[in-house]
Write a protein that binds this ligand. Structure first.
Ligand code: DC
Length: 217
């Protein structure tokens, strides 16, 4: 199976780029962040503090996450409900980052990710794909950009979706999530020695895609 892994901080353009590469290579795209978002969403809906491990463990085993593809587009189901839009709400980003620190949450989702990768040609993006989930992936990339550039992109995206956000708050949230994602104990975001490092701050999406494809072809 062909496995392409992309890690990097929030807002680096991973999902936009991975989606396009999947289309061009005719393989599937697995957005692993969506899985952590679904668990975060469930905790928020249940009124459980997303930093409370015991609280999250009360529902984790009774939670079904399902991934399907509709015309090549990933659809995620939480206990049978399509939550593909609900997980994109801005406040769910922090909830996802918080629950992603809980080892049991990671183990459950990593098992699903490995299973999908073992059966499909797939490009995955996340935080721990190159360092933990698929250490032996055929190709590994670390995609990043400055926090200010990432905040600018995320702000634009949220405004276009009609969400009511402030740039300063988006930047603060990005810095906060960067800290969270790189400092957790279990499988934190790291740049592995065998990943190709790509800084997309001054790159157009198309240039970043070409750069990644130049390694794959
Ligand atoms: O990529 P994203 O913004 O949708 O991810 C949401 C959060 O999920 C992110 O802040 C950290 C966590 N995450 C993770 O810990 N490991 C992954 N492989 C993907 C996401």
């Amino acid at each position: 199976m062909l496995n392409i892994a992309i890690d990097g901080p929030s807002g680096a353009g991973k999902s936009t780029i991975a989606k396009e590469i999947a289309k061009r290579l005719n393989i599937i795209y697995l957005d692993t962040g969506a899985m952590y978002r679904a668990i975060g969403l469930k905790a928020v809906r249940l009124g459980i503090d997303t930093n409370d491990r015991d609280g999250v463990l009360t529902f984790l085993d009774n939670t079904e996450i399902k991934i399907e593809y509709n015309d090549g587009v990933q659809v995620i189901y939480l206990d049978g409900e399509n939550v593909s839009s609900a997980i994109r709400e801005h406040h769910i980003s922090k909830a996802a980052s918080n629950v992603s620190k809980i080892p049991e949450v990671r183990l459950k989702l990593v098992a699903m990710q490995r299973d999908i990768a073992s059966k499909n040609n797939v490009i995955l993006d996340g935080r721990d794909i190159t360092s933990y989930v698929l250490k032996d992936a055929n190709y590994k990339f670390y995609l990043t950009a400055t926090p200010e550039e990432r905040a600018k992109r995320r702000y634009k995206e949220l405004i276009e979706k009609g969400q009511d956000v402030q740039y300063d708050k988006v930047l603060a949230d990005i810095n906060d999530r960067d800290y969270n994602d790189t400092h957790r104990d279990f499988a934190p975001l790291t740049l592995t020695e065998d990943s190709v490092y790509i800084d997309s701050t001054d790159l157009e999406i198309e240039q970043a895609i070409d750069k990644i494809l130049s390694y794959i072809k």
